[in-house]
Design a protein around this ligand. Sequence first.
Ligand code: NAI
Length: 288
Amino acid sequence: MTGRLRQVFRPGKPEGKQPAAPQGAAPYSGFAGAKRLIESKFEIQDMKHALVTGGSRGIGRAVSLRLAKEGYCVSINYLSNKAAAEETLALVEEEGGSGELWPFDVSDPEQAAAFFGSWKEKHADAHVEVLVHNAGIRKDNLLMWMQRQEWDQVLDTNLRSFFNVVQPLLVPMMAGKFGRIVSIASLSGLKGMPGQANYSAAKGGLIAATKALAQEVARKGVTVNAVAPGFISTDMTADLDEKELKKLIPAGRFGRAEEVADLVAFLISEKASYITGEVISINGGLYT
Ligand code: NAI
């Protein structure tokens, strides 16, 4: 177990993953079930916490699963797809991890503030040490045809949300002298893509905010980075012509959400303590 992982579990707790309830058994029935329920409540109280915005599916789901494997209790945020979010949580628990579902709209400052209030009520002695700000949407159109709503919604969800979910975490992270913030940006935010003036502007802004904030909090052990995926196979890219587009990608294929999650897992690890203010591309060599 690495130093960071050792810290994930507080001293006195056995290292490694706790055994999951046996498959097929009702997890909390009977005496053994009640014991397991009490143990699981203590485990959650005793764990380090991560928040993944847009964690119900795609890249956010893969990141949630990966962080749970790293020993974090993962607060999985999503907008409206409860069934997908429940599936993510079930997958986390199947692997012996812990998580919670927190539906709210990241673009709405009041909903975000209410979330942080409720979260703190539930976890009075804890704070979120890792934030992966992944929630995002695209509404592509040439700017000359773009509706104001398409511009605003994409800016609100991808960029303005950064303030809503990052700002409340900074003081506790700095006080705890440890924090990891990773934003899922995009190749589109680095090079600009035609038909995506709204999305490129939002992701470009996210990258700039990441770089600025990194310099504000570096001395307090908080790192702030962005990951810039190219084409990753998820619901978001399901409407694209993968057969044609992959001809443009030097690696000859779309990426997988799990590959993005592996990169995020490295950035939140102790080994990445000296990486901050960076934008790491993961695009199969597409960016030239
Ligand atoms: P997806 O469409 O499969 O999942 C998006 C997630 O964001 C969902 O969980 C959804 O509930 C959540 N979400 C959307 N609006 C929200 C809101 N207002 N409040 C809370 N949650 C909200 O998308 P995918 O592909 O997994 O994308 C994840 C991130 O990666 C996004 O930020 C996207 O822009 C970015 N990205 C994706 C690429 C791809 O090729 N799939 C490429 C580059 C970046």
